[in-house]
Design a protein around this ligand. Structure first.
Ligand code: MG
Length: 397
């Protein structure tokens, strides 16, 4: 089998790619970058046998980097596995070692609180706004068992902390930002978590995303102050989203100073970027994004390596159903250090309509069933896809 073409279409900020072969089998991938970043890779993979996934990846892997420059590489890796699965007549998870679990836990990203006043972005950052969002998310038909909220500087307009007058030094209304937190700011962060926990109790797991990040002393104070709330994790307290490096030394100090589990990793490219974090026990949980780290087999490898050192994994994900299913297959084959992967699209009504061939609704009781159909197990719904294509886009032409 030989690769004959690589095409991409744009939906908002997402590029969906399709790799075609001379045997009529094709594979889908998803990149979170402009398609102009993906298409130039075509000349390196044309004529290659797509079922030799690693051999093809060796030709392009060095052309990626930390987020957002690993996405085009990751998309191709996902599409190659889709083809390899279809060619073998097996679901992708079987090519990764098989199912450790039949259904995979998904957690729900909630963002900030409810936006009470559309003209005032800071209205989403009051404890009451967070509590109301928690109430609404608990009632979602997907039945999520874990919710994640943004606090600190994570989010638009400098996040929750910048909405607090005198809450921080040096942070700016620019994403990503970072700063040192005042006593007033720290109290406001704690108040938001307290309000959410009052709603969730111990029925639903709670994680917070603080990405990225805070000064090391602020991060230590916050993580320690949040210990009574038994969080599942505190994310990106020091570095994270769009940080072009990791900081294992600082993370090691933070993690060893608190029992609040510390998580990072969504911007990291390749297993090598996780090596120091894992070997030094610099965090408790790693969070590679399959769409940025170099693909689904890369994430599976990181899960194995983390497990060897007693670390957990909770993959980051903000994607459409293509990369969502790549996550399902990778997670199905991960060891028991897997917690859940992220679902970021609860407010997009057409989200699951763009694919066919799967059980729907895709998320039930907080889990996704792992399909047995070959490859990723999805086909695109062309009619729905056409409705959401960016202006001027043609459908894989
Ligand atoms: Mg994050």
């Amino acid at each position: 089998m030989k690769i004959t073409d690589l095409k991409a279409i744009t939906l908002g900020r997402v590029s969906i790619i399709r790799i075609d072969t001379d045997e009529g089998i094709y594979g889908y991938g998803e990149a979170h970058c402009p398609k102009q970043q993906v298409i130039p890779l075509k000349r390196f993979i044309l004529g290659e046998d797509p079922t030799n996934v690693e051999k093809v990846m060796k030709k392009i892997r060095f052309r990626g980097a930390f987020k957002p420059f690993g996405s085009q590489i990751s998309a191709i890796e996902i599409a190659l596995w889709d083809i390899a699965g279809k060619a073998a007549g097996l679901p992708v998870c079987k090519l990764l070692g098989g199912k450790v679990r039949d259904k995979v836990r998904v957690y729900c990203d909630c963002g900030a609180g409810v936006l009470w006043d559309p003209d005032d972005p800071t209205s989403a950052y009051s404890p009451e706004a967070y509590a109301e969002k928690a109430r609404r998310r608990m009632k979602m038909p997907q039945g999520f068992t874990i919710l994640k909220f943004d606090i600190g500087f994570h989010g638009s307009h400098g996040g929750q902390l910048l909405s607090v007058h005198g809450g921080s030094y040096e942070a700016e209304d620019l994403y990503p930002t970072k700063g040192h937190v005042t006593e007033r700011g720290l109290k406001a962060e704690i108040a938001c978590v307290e309000a959410i926990k009052d709603v969730l109790g111990d029925k639903i797991g709670l994680a917070v995303d603080c990405g990225p990040g805070q000064s090391l002393p602020s991060a230590i104070k916050l993580a320690k102050a949040l210990e009574p709330f038994n969080l599942l994790w505190a994310e990106d307290l020091l570095t994270g989203d769009y940080t072009p490096y990791t900081d294992p030394e600082a993370y090691r100090i933070l993690t060893s100073s608190t029992v609040t589990p510390i998580l990072t990793g969504e911007q990291i490219y390749l297993r090598h970027g996780f090596r120091d974090l894992i070997e030094q026990h610099a965090v408790d949980i790693v969070a590679p994004d399959i769409c940025d780290v170099g693909g689904l087999a890369e994430a599976k490898w990181i899960a194995e390596f983390a497990d060897l050192y007693g670390l957990l994994i909770a993959p980051h994900n903000v994607g459409l159903p293509i990369v969502f299913m790549a996550n399902v297959h990778a997670a199905a084959a991960m060891p028991q250090n897997f917690i859940a992967f992220e679902f970021h699209s609860v407010d997009i009504p057409w989200w699951e309509d763009i694919v066919k061939g799967l059980e729907k609704p895709m998320i039930k009781d907080g889990f996704v069933n792992v399909p047995d159909s070959p490859g990723l197990g999805i086909e695109l719904n062309e009619k729905v896809m056409r409705k959401h294509l960016s202006e001027g886009e043609k459908y894989f032409e």
